[in-house]
Design a protein around this ligand. Structure first.
Ligand SMILES: Cc1cc2nc3c(=O)[nH]c(=O)nc-3n(C[C@H](O)[C@H](O)[C@H](O)COP(=O)(O)OP(=O)(O)OC[C@H]3O[C@@H](n4cnc5c(N)ncnc54)[C@H](O)[C@@H]3O)c2cc1C
Length: 263
């Protein structure tokens, strides 16, 4: 490791000031510390968000579950309100990485990082979530902008995410076995305004699948999904899986997600 300064602000306002002055914020360190060790990132100042009260709260507000940026995956997965209102979201959190990653990794860190194979972005997209930051709110559809790219501006911090409660939802992940990130992950949500299907692990970043959404709006069944042809031309192809394999996984995982959502 190389020399850097370390701050531990106790309020969001102080953290935002430090970030605006160029500090890199530290959440659970699950991505950031590894990047620093590998010299992929070399911030001169870290501002640890772990000392800010209230940033890890999880509460039901009206028809939404509102989760603070510093909520750890293990806390989301075991929270009674999340389990009751959006069990698919609790299951997603409980399926992230391993116990250490779930004990330290955070919602805000995951959403800020926007790894193209991360699980949470698919939940935000499918549920039509809203990202709350230090300066505004951003709809999930506008927030994710491709590989490791988001609508966040320099120095802007995520404070939490509101997840509207769906009628039904499920998340199905085919794991990349070494990392446990999604080779393909599918989040399906049925809401009063229709069905949304979000795919992670398939390309440059999370995306919604219009063909699957149309089929499921017509008939919320696994059979309807099986009849949709998945175009592989824009999917990733790498040492883990070809684009054709990923296309097949999108169909199979969506069928399984729908079956699970139907109970
Ligand atoms: C072995 C391993 C397996 C994993 N498996 C999975 C998996 O199966 N599925 C999955 O979805 N993820 C997986 N992850 C990622 C994990 O879920 C973490 O959430 C992710 O690494 C981010 O880590 P963190 O929350 O500790 O954030 P950090 O590493 O502390 O920060 C990550 C980035 O986000 C920025 N940041 C953090 N918080 C905020 C904020 N509030 N506002 C603005 N910017 C912020 C930081 O400055 C940094 O740039 C895995 C990680 C590891 C190491």
């Amino acid at each position: 490791m190389y020399a850097f300064t370390f701050e531990r602000p106790t309020s969001v306002a102080d953290a935002a000031k430090l970030a605006a002055a160029g500090a890199k914020v530290l959440a659970g360190g699950q991505t950031l510390l590894a990047s620093m060790k590998l010299r992929l990132s070399s911030p001169e100042q870290l501002a640890d968000l772990g000392g800010i009260n209230g940033l890890s709260s999880i509460k039901k507000e009206g028809n939404a579950v509102v989760i603070g940026a510093m909520a750890r995956h293990a806390d989301v997965g075991s929270n009674a309100d999340v389990k009751a209102a959006i069990p698919a979201l609790a299951a997603l959190a409980n399926g992230i990485g391993d116990r250490q990653v779930r004990a330290m990794g955070t919602l805000g860190g995951s959403v800020a990082n926007n790894d193209p194979s991360a699980c949470y972005p698919s939940a935000l997209m499918a549920l039509g979530a809203t990202v709350h930051t230090t300066s505004r709110t951003i709809a999930a559809d506008d927030y994710f902008q491709g590989m490791f790219t988001t609508a966040l501006k320099d120095g802007e911090l995520i404070t939490g995410v509101s997840f509207p409660v769906p009628k039904r939802a499920a998340y199905m992940k085919f794991k990349q076995t070494a990392s446990r990130f999604a080779m393909i992950g599918i989040f399906v949500a049925q809401t009063d305004s229709g069905v949304r299907v979000a795919v992670t692990g398939g390309g440059n970043g999370v995306f919604r699948h219009a063909g699957l959404e149309a089929a499921l709006n017509a008939s919320f069944t696994s059979e309807a999904v099986a009849a949709v042809k998945i175009d592989s031309s824009e999917l990733s192809s790498d040492i883990h899986a070809s684009a054709a394999y990923r296309a097949n996984l999108i169909s199979v995982m969506t069928q399984r997600a729908v079956a699970q959502a139907l109970g």
